[in-house]
Ligand binder design. Structure first.
Ligand code: PEP
Ligand code: MG
Length: 586
């Protein structure tokens, strides 16, 4: 039966495919696709894990003292029975052979399938056996952890089920990821495989999970509440990334309608590619810089290919994530930055120092204990708290600057003392490189304006830095006191709030008055509905996901900044929050 789930639209477009439920919660396991040649090996891994647990339980059974309670023996019997259940073994085999899931993923997927059946049981006693099943699966997983298994290259599965073949005999079935939550590190892992879209129960519009989805340019919906509970493994689903809606088990009519819309979107994209080499100049001759935001060094070349004239934000923290505690050393970082710089083919790149903390934990198990992580030790605070780690990154960046046009940018500065310490660390890093005779080059230094305190002290920042970049994602979060990752308050997260617009307008004006470059690198820079307002406020440099560049360029080409300036400043002066509709109609 068709039903829909409402969430937040975070990455545009339509995708239609089969649901892949990525297990979450208690059992954190790796999810990757295996090669067809690894199927037997993966099945064997589950089998040995299962046999080891059976042997363990049988040993326990033998050693049970005669006076042990009857329930204990009964419980062991239940566990042994569950382990030998045909549904568990055949289900796991199915996910490995048909979907090419790795062994752990197949096991947790099947656990979920069976758990749902337990949930539906009338009998209380039987329903409670779900906990026993979870325990035996956890035991199998623990045994498997100790086993060596070949490293698989993630790739798109080629196999299709009978039903897929009936539906379409000419293409591979796209897979859509559905999860309770995905960390940015999870997503980067998934970036290597081919998912056509994803849905998560939690997350806000500018949570880092949403940002990575946009950078992958795949339709996504976050904040779908209990979506991962309602969707079943292998269900057909449609993700409408524009409306923020997920349609489960669509009827043929709905499928046809969305298929049509999908083709329209593709046509529009193709049409936009004609603007790829057109300079971004407004009707009144104002040149506008359209830059890209990237997360990995390899993204640099893709950004250039997408028509960016530079990178305005390289979020380096993704290099540090999901490494189980070990941080990349200077050499590894230098190689990564150098790859990004060379990928730019002479175009400038602004590399931001690490912004770890809040919704970007180093790894999943390292969320920190802070009650309010967005206000805690994150970004520059994290770097200044560990100057050795910070200078390692600075040295790597200064060395990479010898290979192209590198700007270094610092996140979340708010205090003059932080500014002074940051600049002192840069000088120290240069001195360390000189002392060991390492080749390095000077880089322009910039500050992100993403805390209201920094926006209010913009003149101080302009005295100390070569350029500024407004991080609207955090500026909105901190100005309006709205957690950017919390879907419960996402309706209050408003880029057009008069207070936010006033801060943005003041920073742009102050930068222009001093002839220093100011850009916006938060998500608002890539929203076509915001382009004219930002142009009207005097912004001439926008940094966004590469996929948005041509759509924003189209807006720039149609704009006349002389007409927009009066309108935009009047809006800000009148303390009016413009509606999205009025922005588009302007
Ligand atoms: C921002 O805050 O707007 C920004 C660009 O930084 P991030 O999204 O990485 O916090
Ligand atoms: Mg930020």
């Amino acid at each position: 039966m068709t039903f829909s789930i409402a969430g937040l639209a975070v990455s545009r477009g339509i995708s239609i495919g089969r649901a892949v439920l990525a297990g979450s919660g208690r059992m954190e396991v790796a999810h990757y696709f295996i090669e067809p040649g690894q199927v037997e090996g993966e099945i064997a891994r589950v089998r040995s894990g299962r046999n080891a647990v059976i042997a363990e339980l049988q040993r326990l059974q033998e050693d049970i003292p005669a006076d042990a309670p009857q329930e204990l023996t009964a419980l062991l019997d239940v566990h042994l029975m569950l382990l030998q259940d045909e549904m568990l073994t055949s289900g796991v085999k199915h996910w490995i052979t048909e979907r090419l899931y790795n062994a752990e993923w197949a096991l947790t997927t099947q656990l979920e399938v069976i758990s749902r059946q337990f949930d539906e049981m009338e009998d209380d006693y039987l329903r409670e056996r779900k906990a026993d099943l979870e325990q035996v699966v956890e035991r199998i997983l623990r045994h498997m952890k100790g086993m060596v298994h070949p490293v698989a290259q993630p790739h798109s599965p080629r196999r299709r089920t009978q039903q897929d073949l009936m539906l379409d005999d000419t293409m591979d079935v796209p897979l859509v990821l559905v999860a309770q939550d995905l960390s940015p590190a999870d997503l980067l892992q998934f970036k290597k495989s081919v998912f056509a879209g994803f849905v998560t129960d939690v997350g806000g519009k500018t949570s880092h999970t949403a940002i990575v989805a946009r950078s992958m340019d795949i339709p996504a919906v976050v904040g779908a509440r209990s979506g991962s509970q309602l969707v079943r493994q292998d269900d057909w689903i449609i993700i409408d990334g524009d409306a923020g809606v997920v349609i489960v088990d669509p009827s043929p009519i709905i499928l046809a309608e969305y298929g049509y819309r999908q083709r329209q979107i593709e046509l529009e994209r193709e049409r936009l590619t004609r603007l790829r080499h057109t300079p971004a100049v407004t009707l009144d001759g104002e040149r506008v810089q359209l830059l890209a935001n990237i997360e990995m060094p390899q993204d640099a070349a893709a950004a250039v290919a997408a028509g960016a004239v530079g990178v305005g934000l390289f979020r380096t923290e993704f290099l540090f994530m999901g490494r189980a505690g070990s941080l990349p050393d200077e050499e590894e970082q230098y190689r990564a930055y150098r790859e990004a710089v060379e990928g730019m083919q002479g175009l400038p790149i602004t590399i931001r120092t690490i912004d770890i903390g809040a919704d970007k934990p180093l790894d999943k198990g390292h969320k920190g204990t802070s009650l309010n992580p967005a206000l805690g030790l994150r970004a520059i605070r994290w770097s200044l708290a560990d100057p050795g780690m910070f200078r390692t990154q600075l040295r790597a960046l200064l060395r990479a600057a010898t290979h192209g046009k590198v700007n270094i940018m610092f996140p979340m500065l708010a205090h003059p003392a932080e500014v002074e310490q940051t600049l002192a660390q840069v000088r120290l890093a240069q001195a360390e490189l000189d002392a060991r005779g390492a080749v390095h080059a000077p880089a322009a230094l910039g500050a992100m304006i993403e805390v209201p305190a920094a926006a209010l002290m913009v003149r101080y920042f302009l005295r100390h830095f070569d350029f500024l970049s407004i991080g609207t994602n955090d500026l909105i979060q901190y100005t309006l006191a709205i957690d950017r990752a919390d879907e419960a308050v996402s309706h209050l997260y408003d880029p057009m709030h008069p207070a936010v617009l006033r801060l943005v307008a003041d920073v742009i004006a102050a930068g222009r008055a001093q002839g220093k470059s100011v850009s916006v690198c938060g998500e608002t820079a890539g929203e076509v509905g915001m382009t004219r307002l930002l142009l009207g406020l005097g912004l001439r440099s926008f940094s966004m996901h590469p996929a948005q560049i041509l759509a924003v360029k189209q807006e720039v080409l149609r704009a006349d900044t002389r007409k927009l300036a009066g309108w935009a400043h009047a809006l800000v002066d009148a303390d009016l929050a413009p509606s999205a509709e009025s922005l588009l109609n302007q």
